[in-house]
Design a protein around this ligand. Structure first.
Ligand code: FYN
Ligand code: ADP
Length: 593
């Protein structure tokens, strides 16, 4: 990509139409300003999309970006632009860019930046900021805030650029920090004054940096590979655990080779679903508790032993037997090792290189795991799948989570390229186990924090970066956090179908106000709300679905047409449970009946 200075449509640099002899024109012909340098630096590094929200001091920047061929997707709230940038980072291995105004806009974007960092997604939050001289003396500037200091503890790296000649280096540092090693969020502070600064155009062009090899391969040490293979070889009940780091790494063929050549059962974390199709005979998803408790050697590939994996110990891992287990862990971050339990064989490096090294080291005579182990898993799996099929076949009225998800499961099966975005409590938990995924990086969900509010931001990013159909499976509460972004979806005419699982409240709609007062309980929403009307308000398709047949028909039509659609799926308001599968994390004053 060329770093050549562009002039259209409102040039701040050279203006060839002016007459020779015009001193001002001669000066401007030789200069380039901060706006242009930011744009050129991003383009030079193959950044093609910006997620943001215009306002002081970046409004003109968004216009100029668009004029220069960057795709600028404007949101209604910065948090969702930030979430979109984070998801774009995960899906493309390029840092997703979120552009915001100062102070409040920055803070709104910061939530997404912190979430991206927690999830190990590469993202850069670029925020305009107010006058340094006034901010630092705390003299009360417009939107005064020391944004750099606030961002620092919440992301992987934070930089500020004060001079136009440093824009190239600033953006290069941000890109390299976001992508190299463990990916994460980076904050880039661009004070308002920077944009209008000018410098010699040729010098400005020379100051730009094309980042070479921003995520260098990191080869594992040969003795670490040997150690890992030795531990794996000795296993009687081995298990491979795939995390979203494995999905991000795009080492799909290597991972499939490792799983299939070793014959070891595997378990995908939620965003690793589809790395191999969920219907793969070695998938142990349907017997998760059994394999976690029983496995004697677990190979972690891009998955951390955090709360989602019960920290590698305790009841989930077989209680007293947990100490007998050995872990092999592949991760690019050396300090991830021994974070919760001892790691017998740490394999530090990028997943592609580590997994290739393991596959190479298997040799021709690698023994498959004992049949006793694999057949015990197969037996349980078949039983659980049959039980699930039985539940899914029921057709209660009103719909419950299972009967509604059953039709979504069929549509995803028929459209495996579709991207599923999923948030909620029960809606999340049931969808995770019911809706099978068939291709890598097709499932985006609440991630490491388990947060609500990612829905519409992730959906927009998925549609914009892939052009594929997006199905956002949303709890009604979760949808509320980003619901206004349906206007964004309509404005850009994105192929997104939002399915709101409407059971009238957080978890369910049946709570009562214990005081007997007129207010509804804190977890209860307006009953019978018509979320479909919200989509219609902006020109999208709204559907009110009360049966699986209506839901299935509307979803198929939405996927086929690519029209922005919202299906208000009416679910039995008694169907949910408190916090879904993580009830135990929810302290309660008294046990509920
Ligand atoms: C899974 N299961 C299945 C299938 N897939 N049975 C039949 N068929 C299929 N296809 C079984 C699986 O074996 C488990 O049963 C059970 O369904 C649940 O599986 P899941 O969802 O994979 O596992 P589990 O135990 O819920 O996983 C723990 C977790 C997960 C912490 C990783 O709950 C998670 O990702 N939670 C995120 C929650 C979150 O962030 N929520 C936000 C809430 S908002 P058993 O083997 O019998 O156990 C605030 O409230
Ligand atoms: P999950 O929630 O699916 O279990 P986590 O987010 O906990 O996954 O873990 C992802 C892990 O993957 C992180 O520890 C991160 O350092 C690691 N990771 C990300 N990208 C790579 C890569 N390219 N190579 C190796 N490890 C990676």
């Amino acid at each position: 990509m060329s770093a050549e200075v562009k002039t259209a449509p409102a040039p701040l640099v050279a203006d060839a139409s002016r007459q020779p002899g015009d001193v001002a024109a001669a000066q401007s012909a030789a200069t380039i300003d901060g706006f242009q340098l930011v744009i050129d630096a991003l383009k030079l590094n193959d950044i093609d999309t910006i997620f943001g929200l215009p306002g002081i001091p970046i409004t003109d920047l968004t216009r100029k970006m668009q004029a220069e061929g960057l795709r600028v997707i404007s949101f209604r709230h910065e948090q969702h632009a930030g979430n979109a940038a984070a998801a774009a980072g995960f899906l493309t291995q390029k840092p997703g860019i979120c552009l915001t105004v100062s102070a409040p806009g920055f803070l709104n974007g910061l939530t997404a930046l912190a979430n991206a960092t927690t999830n190990c997604f590469p993202m850069i939050l670029i925020s305009g900021s107010s006058e340094r001289e006034i901010v630092d003396l705390q003299q009360g500037d417009y939107e005064e805030m020391d944004q750099l200091a606030i961002a620092k503890p919440l992301c992987k790296a934070a930089y500020r650029v004060l001079h136009a000649q440093d824009i190239g280096i600033g953006i290069a540092r941000a890109i390299r920090s976001a992508l190299s090693g463990r990916p994460g969020g980076v904050y880039l502070d661009l004070p308002a004054k920077l944009f209008a600064q000018t410098m010699d155009a040729a010098e400005g062009r020379r100051s730009l940096v094309k980042v070479v090899d921003p995520a260098p391969r990191q080869l594992p040490a040969p003795d670490a590979v040997r150690r890992a293979l030795d531990v794996l070889k000795g296993a009687k009940r081995p298990l491979i655990l795939l995390g979203k780091g494995a999905a991000y790494a795009r080492a799909d063929a290597e991972i499939r080779a490792l799983v299939e050549k070793t014959g070891i059962p595997y378990l995908p974390m939620s965003m690793a679903k589809g790395l191999l199709p969920d219907t793969h005979p070695q998938s142990a998803s349907a017997t998760r508790s059994y394999v976690l408790a029983e496995a004697d050697v677990v190979l972690l590939v891009g998955a951390r032993l955090n709360w989602l994996l019960s920290h590698g110990k305790g009841k989930t891992w077989g209680g007293a037997n947990a100490n007998e287990r050995q872990f092999i862990q592949i991760d690019i971050s050396p300090t991830e090792m021994d974070s919760n339990v001892p790691i017998a064989a740490p394999l530090v490096g990028d997943i592609g290189s580590c997994v290739s090294a393991l596959v190479e080291g298997l040799g021709a005579k690698w023994a498959k795991p004992p049949a006793e182990w694999t057949s015990a898993i197969a037996e349980r799996r078949e039983k659980n799948l049959a039980k699930m099929a039985e539940t899914l076949a029921k057709n209660p009225s009103p719909m419950n989570f299972h009967s509604a998800l059953n039709v979504i499961r069929d549509v995803v099966k028929a459209n495996p390229e579709a991207i599923v975005v999923n948030e909620g409590a029960n809606t999340l938990d049931f969808a995770r186990s019911i809706v099978d995924m068939y291709e890598p990086r097709k499932r985006l969900d609440v991630g490491t924090w388990g947060i609500m509010g990612i829905g519409m931001g992730y959906a927009v990013a998925a549609a914009v970066t892939t052009g594929k159909p997006v199905i956002a499976i949303e709890g009604d509460s979760a949808f509320g956090f980003s619901g206004m972004e349906v206007e964004t979806i309509c404005r850009y005419n994105l192929p997104v179908c939002v399915v709101v699982f409407n059971n009238n409240g957080v978890y369910r709609g049946t709570d009562v106000n214990a005081s007997g007062g007129a207010d509804v309980a804190p977890t209860v929403f307006v009953k019978g709300a018509r979320y479909d009307k919200l989509m219609e308000a902006f020109g999208g398709v709204g559907v009110h679905a009360t049966t699986p047949a209506e839901l299935g028909k509307a979803l198929k039509e939405a996927v086929a047409s690519g029209k922005p659609t919202l299906i208000n799926a009416v679910i039995d308001e008694t169907a949910g449970t408190e916090s879904g599968r993580i009830t135990s994390l929810n302290p309660q004053a008294a046990k509920k009946k």
